[in-house]
Design a protein around this ligand. Structure first.
Ligand code: SAH
Length: 374
């Protein structure tokens, strides 16, 4: 039987160079291939016209430049698009594109499912199936670009897909190796070349990984804060029991590269009667004192079976005004793509984990708070 051809997408530059060495090609081939794959967006070796024909054929025999398969593409009435992508092993994850006037952000998933089990989040009802590979993370971005025809890589100004948020399914800091490789590929100036300043990674607060994110990737950080006391945060975000607020705030204060132009975004989902009082807001201001910060107030997006309600509009507005009066930017995030369950916290795929070993790891890590074998 033929051995499956190896995917070149998702390899770091060093790994791609090693692959070229393996088939007896000179190092400069790496640069050429990189250009074709990530600048031109070419998936067919035979079209890589700067390579001699025998080399194109040799590459086509041993390798592929893959894309995830699109299981379903949905369009929201507000222009948001959501892809359900299917990977080689049949697992699925979602990617969302949120357009604005003359640009837009693509929201990438980092895992199939999630270990965090945040009570208000739809993805949290799906247990972790597995980490996405770097190929699958970069592949989500490339799929979005394919659908907007944004190849070769446009200049910074002309891009529809101008920003990236790692805010889809999963906890990116629990999949550090693959997420960081993917970010390095996406920011490489000779390929996709999205600036680090246009990439934001959102974490529920994996404290030990936060510093590395700033030091090694230099991308923007968003924290899913959502509560200002340990007791409330413990009850809605189990990860807080492992990394409580004081530690999380310390990691934020120490995030490399912060200044007034480069602030941490604190995301705050507005849950009626739970975290939305003026006293909560005052405590929030006290917590973040001294941190270059901005806020993103997220009206809670319901999903089938969710137990929470969104705070009333007036309450959200008052919360936003209080932060604004204290000198902070605190926009209320306009829910996008709700009609196709593409808004924050609504993503989920039907992929289910079958192995029990992972669950044991989760229990050992103190993250799982149930024994549902999924
Ligand atoms: N695990 C990472 C990445 C996911 S980002 C993190 O927690 O930051 C997804 C964002 O949507 C998070 O801020 C999450 O808390 C928020 N969210 C989850 N469920 C939501 C819901 N039902 N309504 C609004 N926002 C939600």
């Amino acid at each position: 039987m033929d051995t499956p051809r190896k995917d070149l997408v998702g390899l770091s530059r060093e790994e791609l160079a090693a692959e070229m060495a393996l088939i007896g090609e000179k190092p400069f081939r790496t640069k050429q291939l990189w250009h074709w794959i990530y600048h031109q967006g070419e998936t067919d070796f035979l079209n890589m016209t700067t390579l001699a024909r025998p080399l194109r054929e040799k590459l086509a025999e041993a390798y592929v430049v893959s894309r995830p398969a699109v299981s379903r593409l949905q369009h929201s009435e507000d222009g948001t698009r959501k892809w359900l992508l299917r990977f080689e092993d049949g697992n699925e994850a979602e990617t969302v594109y949120i357009p604005e006037e003359d640009r837009g952000a693509v929201c990438l998933s980092s895992q199939v499912g999630c270990t965090l089990t945040c009570k208000f989040c739809h993805t949290g009802t799906q247990l972790l199936v597995r980490n996405l590979t770097s190929a699958e993370i970069v592949g989500q971005f490339m799929t979005a670009r394919d659908s907007y025809g944004e190849w070769p890589s446009p200049t910074d100004e002309g891009r529809m897909i101008s920003n990236i948020v790692l805010m889809g399914m999963g906890e990116p800091l629990f999949n550090w190796d693959n997420v960081s490789t993917a970010v390095k590929i996406i920011t490489d100036g000779e390929g996709i070349a999205v600036s680090r300043r246009r990439i934001t990674l959102s974490t529920a607060g994996v404290v030990p990984m936060i510093r590395r994110c700033g030091a090694e990737l230099g991308i923007n950080l968003a924290i899913s804060l959502h509560a200002v006391t340990d007791s409330v945060r413990d009850s809605i975000m189990p990860i807080n029991k492992k990394y409580p607020l004081a530690e999380l705030m310390r990691a934020c204060r120490d995030y490399p590269g912060l200044n007034n132009a480069r602030r941490i975004t604190f995301e705050y989902v507005m849950l009626k009667g739970i975290n939305d009082s003026p006293a909560d807001c005052r405590e929030l201001l006290r917590l973040i004192e001294g941190i270059p910060a901005k806020f993103n107030l997220i009206p809670f997006n319901p999903w089938p079976g969710s137990a929470y309600e969104c705070s009333d509009h007036g309450v959200v507005k008052r919360f936003s005004d209080m932060l604004f009066e204290a000198g902070y930017s605190a926009p209320i995030r306009q829910p996008r793509g709700r009609d196709i369950l593409a808004a924050c916290g609504q993503l989920r795929s039907e992929s289910e984990r079958v192995k029990c070993s992972r669950l044991k790891e989760r229990v050992a890590a103190g993250i799982a708070d149930d024994h549902n074998p999924g």
